[in-house]
Design a binder for this molecule. Structure first.
Ligand code: ADP
Ligand code: MG
Length: 412
């Protein structure tokens, strides 16, 4: 088939067989469903915590804990949306602002977001931290409202920048008279407490809500509801649905993972031109997702870690029994030399190996060498073809993909 015929075939198959998804968008992470089954308790608790705001009283600060994909963001947005409706109905002076701290990236951007919500403009950069804070405070005071600030993925902020911003915010009410601020911190990390100053913790943690992981049955229900709007009738098989739920439950009860599996399985079915999503498609989806995860991880490594992987790949090709650190170091030095960069010390290289091991990209196993003591044998945990795929396009490393290290040729 000519190129154009191939493409025509792909497009026609797609258009003619687009009977899989009724609405693919409802499987996206940021889609907010009308119903959130199995989170009734959390919705109620959050509602009870925030309700005083409707009568003009400051609601308690709150920390929401739970692993990723347990519905924290969805539930919080759901409750706040309804609070907003009720606040209008009762003419309660409530305002709220949702900020994802990880995406905002810096304290400056978080404050800028909060300010924007109050109609206070902040330049993209350039102001001193204290100045931004003052503008927020003055802006807030002038509105005379109860301001609820939702800081999602606050653990990401605290781990990289400390808890200074939280400290400022928790102390702010002392200097406000017409307005009040309440905080909701959402954390994917259950150990958030360990990162907080006791004063911040006692203030922010006035209330706590925990989101435990979903089990397979709960995930099934969630997927069942979502699939009714995502897929056409009778497209999704019972087995495929249960498998998505089971795989995600085994992960850590992650609804996001379950929805990803369902979406990608649908896409696999669609590409095959069928109109039935079956268990095989879910298995294939699992591989796709895993492949993408590893691909992204590889692309984001530092130059030296990438070099280490390349070296292990070359050594494993030469001998299947696994490489020792000394050999890796020799090949690594040669590649650094070729590139004209300074190699790291062997000790530093050893810690890169350990890091790659804990990421699941390498496997370093301690083996006994009889009376010569013990040594580490290091192997690739991923396929060499994956390494090739990722590094072939790399402007600096591409040429080493098919490279034959001289030091290896010598030792043969
Ligand atoms: P978290 O913030 O805890 O990481 P999210 O709230 O982002 O998790 O949820 C991940 C995905 O799963 C979202 O698409 C969300 O709509 C969905 N989801 C989570 N819990 C439920 C639930 N109980 N019912 C329906 N969908 C849910
Ligand atoms: Mg979230």
């Amino acid at each position: 088939m000519s190129n154009i015929d191939i493409l025509d075939d792909v497009f026609e198959k797609f258009v003619n067989n687009a009977q899989v998804f009724k609405d693919r968008e409802v499987l996206r992470h940021d889609y907010l469903p009308d119903r959130l089954p199995h989170r009734e308790d959390q919705i109620k608790l959050l509602g009870q915590t925030l309700a005083p705001a409707l009568k003009g009283a400051r609601s308690s600060n709150l920390i929401v804990y739970g692993k990723t994909g347990t519905g924290k963001t969805a539930v919080t947005k759901y409750v706040l949306n309804h609070l907003e409706v009720k606040a209008k109905e009762f003419h309660a002076p409530v305002k709220f602002c949702y900020v994802n701290c990880r995406m905002a990236g810096s304290e400056y951007r978080i404050f800028a977001n909060l300010c924007q919500n109050l109609g206070v403009s902040i330049p993209f950069t350039g102001l001193a931290a204290g100045e931004v804070f003052d503008r927020f405070r003055t802006g807030l005071e002038s509105t005379g409202t109860l301001f609820i600030a939702v800081l999602d993925e606050v653990d990401a902020l605290v781990k990289t920048r400390g808890d200074g911003l939280l400290y400022e915010l928790t102390r702010m009410n002392e200097t406000l008279s017409r307005s009040k601020v309440s905080l909701i911190g959402i954390s994917n990390d259950l150990r958030l407490k360990e990162y907080l100053d006791p004063r911040v913790l006692s203030s922010l943690g006035e209330e706590e809500i925990v989101f435990r992981p979903y089990d397979a049955d709960e995930l099934r229900n969630i997927l069942l509801e979502r699939s009714a709007s995502a897929f056409f009738k009778n497209v999704l098989s019972e087995g495929a649905l249960s498998l998505c739920a089971a795989l995600a439950a085994a992960e850590h009860g992650d609804a996001r993972r379950a929805l990803d599996l369902l979406r990608v399985a649908g896409e696999v079915a669609e590409r095959k031109g069928g109109n039935n999503v079956i268990e095989d498609h879910v298995r294939e989806a699992e591989k796709h997702i895993e492949h993408n995860r590893v691909f992204e991880a590889l692309k984001n490594l530092t130059l030296h870690s990438k070099l280490v992987l390349l070296c292990v790949s070359h050594l494993n090709k030469a001998s299947a029994s696994g490489a020792i650190t000394g050999e890796i170091y020799e090949v690594y030095n040669e590649l650094c030399n070729e590139m004209g960069i300074t190699p790291l010390t062997q000790r530093r290289l050893g810690s890169l190996v350990n890091e790659l091991d804990s990421m699941g990209l390498l496997n370093a196993k301690v083996v006994s060498m009889g009376r010569y003591g013990r040594t580490k044998k290091i192997r690739l945990e991923i396929t060499r073809s994956l390494i090739r795929d990722v590094f072939a396009d790399d402007s600096r490393l591409g040429r080493f993909v098919e490279y034959e290290p001289k030091c290896l040729a010598k030792s043969r």
